[in-house]
Design a protein around this ligand. Structure first.
Ligand SMILES: O=C(O)Cc1cc(O)ccc1O
Ligand SMILES: [Fe+2]
Length: 445
C-alpha cells in the first residue's frame, strides 16, 4: 500500500466526540484515565499525568482551557531545542515591508518541489499583532505533496485554523486522529503537537494562525439559541497513541519542531510525543464541516453585513471587536427585494483577507480563484467588480440560489502587513485595481 492509501484507510470511519468547548474525555486503553482526580499518586497503567494549559490558570471558568494528558513519557523528557531554518514561515510582528493600503490579490501558491511536507510547505502571506504579546494573527498558505514523516510540529505562538482547499489531510495529534478534507476546517490549539499525513497526492490550503484568545462560537443575540455553526457539529478526536519512535519503531528518532515567537526550533526525541493514551479537558483539536453551517440572511431586503456568516471568533478585550473572525460564504438563497444582492461597495475599519475553497465568489466575476486570496486592508475601498455590478444592478430579482462556491474571510481588527515574499511573489496579481475600472458615471441631476 502507498502511504496515501494507508492514510486513507486510517482516516476511514474515525470516531469523534461531538460538541464545542466541551469537557471531553477519552481513553485508548480501558482504565487509562484516572477517575475522580487528575494527579493520583501513581497514574493508571504507569502513565505520566501532565496538564496542558491554553489559558491562564485563573481565567474565568467560561474561558478557561486546559487538558490533562496521560502519557507514556512526560513532555518534559526532551533534549535541548536548537534553532532551525524558518523556511517561508514567519511570525508577527511583520516588519519586512510597509503596511500597504492597496487592494492586493494573489493567485494560488505555485506547486512545491517533490518531497515537500505540510511544515516545509507553509508560506506566510502576512499578519498583524505580536506573537510574543499573544495578540493578532497571521495568514499562511500551504502546499505539500509529502507526508510529515518522523517529525511533529507544535505552535507555541497560537492556534492554527487549517482550511484545506485541495486534497485531504490526516492530522495525527496528541489527542488522536482527525481528517480534514476541502470544505472542512481543522483547529489545532496552541502548543498541541501534531503531524500531517496526506489523503491526496497534492494538498493546498490556508492557515489562520491566531495569536489571541482562542476561537469561540459567536454569540447569537436575537438569532436565538440555534443557528450559524451549531456546537454539536464540531468534532474532537478520540485518544490514539504511538508507542516508541516514529511510526512505533523504537530505532527511528522523531524530530519535534516548535514554533516559538516566530522562529522554528527543533529537537530530536527518541520517542514520539504523540504518546497520549488517555486525556480529558477542553483544550482540544477539532474539525468542522463548513457545509453544516446554518446560513442566515435577509428574507426581506438589503444585504446584511457578513458578520452574520461568522463561524468562529477570537474576541478581544473590547466587546464585539474580534482579534480575528473566521467567516464563511456558503451556499444560500438570495431573495432580497429591491436589493443589490452581491456584497456592497464598502470601506471597513477591519482588514479582510479572503480565500476561495471552491467555485466562484459572488462579488468577483474573474481573477479570484480557488487557492488564491485577496487582501482588503483597513479602509481600502472595495466591493463588486464592474462586471458583477453591471450584472446585479439589472438582474431580475427572482429567488436565486448561490451555490457555485465556498469562500471564506479572516477578518481582523488590525491592518495585515504582507511579508516581503508576498509582495514580491510571482503570483501577486498586477492590475487588480482594474476590476473597478469602467464603473461609469450614471448620475442624473
Ligand atoms: O469584501 C467582501 O467581499 C467581504 C464582504 C462580503 C459581504 O457580503 C459584505 C461585506 C464584505 O466585506
Ligand atoms: Fe469586504
Amino acid at each position: 500500500m502507498t502511504t496515501i492509501e494507508q492514510a486513507r484507510k486510517t482516516a476511514e470511519g474515525l470516531d469523534h466526540l461531538s460538541g464545542f468547548g466541551n469537557e471531553h474525555s477519552s481513553e485508548a486503553v480501558p482504565g487509562a484515565l484516572p477517575i475522580g482526580r487528575n494527579s493520583p499518586q501513581r497514574a493508571p497503567l504507569g502513565l505520566y499525568a501532565e496538564q496542558l494549559s491554553g489559558t491562564a490558570f485563573t481565567e474565568p471558568r467560561a474561558h478557561n482551557r486546559r487538558s490533562w494528558l496521560y502519557r507514556i513519557r512526560p513532555s518534559a523528557a526532551h533534549p535541548r531545542f536548537v534553532r532551525t531554518g524558518n523556511g517561508a514561515l514567519s511570525g508577527a510582528p511583520f516588519t519586512d515591508s510597509a503596511p500597504d493600503p492597496n487592494r492586493l490579490r494573489w493567485g494560488p501558491l505555485p506547486d512545491p518541489p517533490a518531497g515537500t511536507d505540510f511544515l516545509d510547505g507553509l508560506w506566510t502571506l502576512g499578519g498583524n499583532g505580536d506573537a510574543a504579546q499573544r495578540t493578532g494573527m497571521a495568514v499562511h498558505l500551504y502546499a505539500a505533496n509529502s507526508p510529515m514523516t518522523d517529525r511533529v510540529f507544535s505552535d507555541a505562538d497560537g492556534e492554527l485554523l487549517i482550511v484545506p482547499e485541495r486534497g485531504g489531510l490526516l492530522l495525527r495529534t496528541e489527542f488522536g486522529l482527525l481528517r480534514a478534507d476541502p470544505g472542512h476546517v481543522a483547529l489545532i490549539p496552541r502548543g498541541v503537537r501534531f503531524r500531517v499525513e496526506l489523503l491526496d497526492e497534492s494538498v493546498r490550503g490556508y492557515v489562520c494562525e491566531n495569536y489571541g484568545r482562542p476561537f469561540v462560537l459567536p454569540d447569537l443575540g436575537p438569532i436565538g439559541a440555534n443557528g450559524l455553526a451549531n456546537a454539536r457539529d464540531f468534532l474532537a478526536p478520540v485518544a490514539a497513541y504511538e508507542d516508541g519512535g516514529a511510526g512505533g519503531d523504537a530505532d527511528r528518532p522523531v524530530e519535534v519542531v516548535n514554533k516559538f515567537c516566530g522562529n522554528l526550533w527543533r529537537a530530536e526525541y527518541d520517542h514520539s510525543p504523540l504518546d497520549v493514551v488517555a486525556w480529558h479537558g477542553n483544550h482540544l483539536p477539532y474539525v468542522y464541516d463548513l457545509h453544516r453551517f446554518n446560513v442566515l440572511g435577509s428574507i426581506s431586503y438589503d444585504h446584511p453585513d457578513p458578520s452574520i456568516f461568522t463561524v468562529l471568533t477570537s474576541p478581544s478585550d473590547t466587546p464585539g471587536l474580534a482579534g480575528v473572525d473566521f467567516v464563511v460564504f456558503a451556499p444560500r438563497w438570495l431573495v432580497g427585494e429591491d436589493t443589490f444582492r452581491p456584497p456592497y461597495f464598502h470601506r471597513n475599519v477591519m482588514s479582510e483577507y479572503m480565500g476561495l475553497i471552491e467555485g466562484a465568489y459572488d462579488a468577483k466575476a474573474e481573477g479570484f480563484v480557488p487557492g488564491g486570496g485577496s487582501l482588503h486592508n483597513m479602509m481600502s475601498a472595495h466591493g463588486p467588480d464592474r462586471e458583477t455590478f453591471d450584472r446585479a444592478s439589472t438582474a431580475e430579482l427572482k429567488p436565486q440560489k448561490v451555490d457555485n462556491g465556498l469562500a471564506f474571510m479572516f477578518e481582523t481588527r488590525w491592518p495585515v502587513t504582507a511579508t516581503a515574499q508576498a509582495m514580491a511573489a510571482g503570483h501577486l496579481q498586477s492590475g487588480y485595481d482594474d476590476v473597478w475600472q469602467g464603473l461609469e458615471r450614471h448620475f442624473r441631476s
